[in-house]
Design a protein. Structure first.
Length: 155
């Protein structure tokens, strides 16, 4: 069965929207605060959603290449994040070292202020079938990238 470029773009767009919704659900319903790399992985998905909406609204299938780039960008960040989680390489200083950057000394010393701990990128907060959220993001984002490329090539 051959899907139209429009259907492929819709699937990829809904996929990124679903992953974003899942990330926000884990954060706000499940109470799992995201690390810095988790936040970075969300931005390309948001871009893919905007690109998908624009492509569907305008009918310009050339935007599918931009959608593929967004999906590949979040997959690349996810690969880096998985490497940090598995201790294959060092992560960003802002999410592996317990940084207090951006917090004033007054806030640190004020017992009435709630200064949240830094969420570490090298600790796996949740996994399914031995694959972390970052790992699932890589797998699904590569599938979405394939959908975007298939749509672009059919345009």
């Amino acid at each position: 069965m051959t899907q139209s470029p429009r259907t492929l773009i819709l699937l990829a767009t809904l996929g990124s929207a679903g992953l974003l919704a899942g990330a926000f659900a884990f954060q706000y319903i499940g109470g799992l605060a995201p690390c810095q790399l988790c936040l970075y992985q969300r931005w390309p998905h948001a871009a893919a959603v905007v690109i998908g909406i624009a492509a569907l609204a305008t009918g310009w299938r050339g935007l599918a290449w931009a959608g593929a780039l967004a999906a590949l960008a979040t997959a690349a960040i996810g690969v880096f994040h998985v490497g940090v989680e598995q201790l294959w390489w060092e992560g960003l200083a802002t999410c592996t070292a317990g940084s207090i950057q951006g917090i004033s000394a007054a806030d640190l010393l004020d017992p009435t202020k709630d200064v949240a701990a830094v969420v570490r990128c090298d600790e796996i907060a949740w996994s399914l079938l031995g694959i972390s959220m970052a790992g699932w993001n890589v797998i699904l984002s590569l599938i979405f990238a394939g959908l975007w490329v298939k749509a672009a090539r059919r345009a």
